[in-house]
Design a protein around this ligand. Sequence first.
Ligand SMILES: [Zn+2]
Length: 394
Amino acid sequence: MVTTTIIPEATHQVISINEGSKVSLFANEIHLSVVENIGAWDYNYTQTGTTVPCGLNGVCSATNKCGPYCWSEVIAMGSTTNKCGGTSQTPINLVQVSVDKSLRPPTFKVASGGCDAWVQFADDHAYEVSFRDAGCSNMKLEYAGQEYTLLQFHFHAPSEHAIGGGLHDAELHMVHASATGDLLVLGVMLDVANTPSDFLSMFWEVAEKGSQGQGVPAEEIYSQEYEVEGGSLVNAYSQFLPVSRSFFTYSGSLTTYPCTEGVRWIFFEQPINIGQTDYDKLLAAVKFEKYTITYQNNGYAIPFADNRPIQPVNSRTVLKYSDQIFTADDDEVFYSYRLSIAGVILGGLALLIVLVLCIVMMLGGGSRGSGKGNYGEVTSANTNEVATNEPQKV
Ligand SMILES: [Zn+2]
C-alpha cells in the first residue's frame, strides 16, 4: 500500500528576498511516497529482520544491502503495483539507436514567460523544484500530437542513463503529465564544469536568503522546503535545456519504486554544464535532508549516489532524432541535405575517374618514355638522369 506521509511543519516563516516576492520556509516537511510496513524502496535496502534472495546479488539483508537490485523482488517490496522487474524499465544505455526521420522534437509553449511561483526542496532521494505544488502550469510541451504540462524537475547523481556506456556527473529529469495522466520525462546529462549555472543559482539564492536568521543549520540550508511567490521568472526550457535538439526516445518507466511503466522518455543528446558548487549543493541537499535514510555508496565512486542501475533494453527500440540532419518542421532542409550528399558522392566518383585516367596515362607515358629512350628521344632531364645513374649506357 502506497501512502504519502506529511510530517507537520515545525517552522513556517515568510521572508521577502526580492521586492514583491515572498518565500515561505517549511521545515521538516516530507515529500515522498513511502511503502507502509514494508521498509523502504531506497537505494540501499535496509529492511531489517528479513532476507530477500536477489539474483546475482545474493541475499539482500541489513548487512548485504542490495538497494535498487531488490526493487524487482516482489517479496521485498510487497506490492502488486511493483513494476521494477518489468521488461520496459528505465534507465538504459543509449547505444543502439535507429535514426527516425519522421521524429520531430517537442515544441514548447510557455505562458506568461514561465512561472514565478514554485516549491523547492530535497526529499530522501532527489533535489526537486515543483511547479505543480505551487499551482503553476505555465510550462507545457507538445510531443507527437499530445500536450504535456511540466510538473517538476529533479536531479540524480551520477546520471542514470548512459550514452555509449558512459555515465555523466548528474542527470536532470523534467517530469510532465498529459491531461489524461500520460507521463513524459525530458532527460538531460549534466557535466561539472568551471562555471556555476545561472539557472540553478536562482534556487540556491532562495535557500540562502530564505533561511537567513531562521536558525536553519548550515548543512540543511539547501535541503529545506521553500515556497516562492513572485520570484524570478523561471522558464525551464529556455533557461536550462541544451541548444541542440537532438534526442533519443523510447518507452520506459519511473526510475524509483514502483517503477511504473508506459513513460515516454525524450533524452537530449547534448549535455549541459553546471558548476562544481552546484553539484556539491545538489548532493548536500539530499545528504542532509532529514528523511534521507540510506544514501550511501551504491556501487559507484561517489557517496550518496541516487541513480538506479542500467536496466535491460529487451525488445525495445531506441529511436533518435538528429538536428544535424533534420530541422524541425522543415522537410525541405532534409531533402536539400540529401541532394547535397548525392552531389558530394557524384563529385567524388568523377574525381576518382579522372585520377584513374591520369594514372593510366602516366603509366602509359612512362612506358613509352623508356621505350623512346632507347631511340634517343628522351628529355634533357632523362638524359641527365641516365648520364648520372647509368653511365655505362651512354
Ligand atoms: Zn528522476
